[in-house]
Write a protein that binds this ligand. Structure first.
Ligand code: CLR
Length: 264
């Protein structure tokens, strides 16, 4: 069943708890999205601060580099899927998302979940030594060597640097993540108009907090970042197709079902 791996259920118009965002005050919408982000962000800011300098040793890096291509891909696919699972939970808690038809929920997650993972990556990226929290410690690009996609890894790390340079607050990250997900331009949407209505509210919510924080100049920078996200995800899909051709059985039998449902 499509969406089964994500635990999505079809929209039930009789459900009294399905309120439309238009009925919510914009402040409430902001608060709700920020709360959803906090509850599903996988690592709290205080936790990350405490772990900041826990980096892999030379021996540990060597162990990652000695893995075979398919072993390392599998490990990354598992870690990535954990992160995506949290994004799915975040999406479900965005007011209005559950009221979209199930196919549109799936279409938005297929095209947007990886983008939100990359936005979230900037929260757990240490710009001082260019490392990201992966598999229990902070990892530099060299850890990912055996994936044999150095260009993708370099591009992802560059993106994390450029996101960190914006110095977004957790609330701004939350609203930006919601905006990345609720995008009426995604392929295969059945009810674009309804997605557009939810998006308008999220856009209002983002402008509201940028205005409140006196950081309106961030708006255009965030819209530029969305273009970067698109090309990074296109590159991810390209690498995945390459990998599937080389190791069809690993992909088929060892990759997490959710990863295959969203990207396969
Ligand atoms: C993103 C933020 C999440 C925690 C998290 C888990 C897995 C990480 C991911 C973050 C960032 C991107 C990441 C991924 C594991 C592998 C992937 C480092 C930090 C890199 C880019 C490799 C992608 C390889 C695919 C082609 C399989 O809260």
């Amino acid at each position: 069943m499509p969406g089964g791996e994500m635990g999505l259920r079809p929209y039930d118009p009789e459900d009294p708890f399905c309120s439309y965002p238009t009925s919510l005050h914009i402040e409430e919408l902001c608060a709700s999205i920020v709360r959803s982000h906090r509850e599903t962000c996988q690592f709290r800011p205080e936790e990350l601060q405490a772990l900041k300098w826990k980096v892999f040793t030379r021996e540990e890096v060597h162990a990652y580099q000695s893995k075979t291509v398919d072993e390392m891909w599998q490990l990354c696919a598992v870690r990535l899927t954990d992160a995506v699972q949290y994004v799915v939970e975040f999406a479900k808690r965005i007011p209005g998302f559950r009221q979209l038809c199930q196919n549109d929920q799936i279409a938005l997650l297929k095209s947007g979940s990886m983008e939100v993972v990359l936005v979230r990556m900037s929260r757990i990226f240490n710009t001082e030594n260019s490392t990201v929290f992966f598999d229990g410690k902070f990892a530099g690009t060299e850890v990912f060597k055996s994936l044999i996609c150095a260009d993708l890894i370099a591009a992802v790390f560059d993106f994390a640097h450029s996101m960190c340079a914006l110095r977004l607050s957790e609330q701004q990250v939350a609203l930006f993540s919601a905006l990345v997900l609720i995008n009426a331009d995604r392929p295969c949407l059945e009810e674009r108009g309804r997605v557009q209505r939810v998006r308008k509210d999220v856009e209002l919510a983002l402008s509201h907090i940028l205005h409140r924080d006196n950081q309106q100049s961030l708006q255009s920078k965030l819209y530029e970042k969305m273009a970067d996200l698109r090309s990074l995800c296109a590159l991810h899909m390209e690498k995945l197709r390459w990998f599937r051709q080389l190791y069809p059985l690993t992909m088929h039998s060892l990759f997490p079902p959710l990863y295959k449902e969203l990207f396969g």
